[in-house]
Design a protein around this ligand. Structure first.
Ligand SMILES: [Fe+2]
Ligand SMILES: [Fe+2]
Length: 169
């Protein structure tokens, strides 16, 4: 008969390697969220024009979502006995979300947001798969976050569609 273990699942000693792998994925997720917060703040302020208002407001809401995601990933890193990295480890990647040449270029912003969300969706699917059968809590949390990102992507695809119909995108 098996003896009782003090730790099961992802924090069990025999899953140390897997835990390391998941921690790496979580760190990357954390930085992706942090960068989205930065990019979305800039793009919720910079755009000019009547039609920019809708985009700015949508991004303002998303900032809070992405910030919450970053916090959830950070907490999960700690729960898995990792350490949330310091700001000096940050490396920017969102080339597509830099301010456009003209601040009325809303299509640039919309496309950039969609690309950021796709990046998140791809990475979170990777996490969900890596967790399968071994870390249900990270998996459950990431599925929840993935749903938010799919919602963000869908919203901005709708914005883009409007511009496409008018031949502006
Ligand atoms: Fe997010
Ligand atoms: Fe998002």
């Amino acid at each position: 008969m098996a003896t009782t273990t003090t730790s099961q699942g992802i924090n069990a000693p025999e899953n140390a390697e897997k835990r390391k792998e998941i921690l790496k994925l979580l760190e990357r997720a954390y930085w992706m969220e942090i960068e989205s917060v930065m990019s979305y703040i800039a793009n919720s302020v910079n755009p000019d024009g009547v039609r920019a208002q809708e985009i700015r407001e949508a991004l303002e809401e998303d900032i809070q979502d992405e910030l919450g995601h970053a916090q959830r990933f950070a907490h999960r890193i700690k729960e898995l006995y990792g350490v949330v990295p310091g700001s000096l480890d940050f490396q920017a990647e969102q080339t597509y979300l830099q301010p456009p040449e003209h601040q009325t270029d809303i299509v640039h912003v919309i496309k950039g947001v969609i690309e950021a969300e796709i990046g998140g969706i791809e990475h979170y699917n990777r996490i969900i798969e890596a967790c399968d059968g071994v870390d249900w809590v990270t998996q459950d949390m990431t599925i929840d976050i993935l749903r938010d990102e799919e919602g963000h992507k869908r919203l901005f695809e709708g914005f883009l569609r409007e511009y496409e119909v008018e031949g502006r995108a």
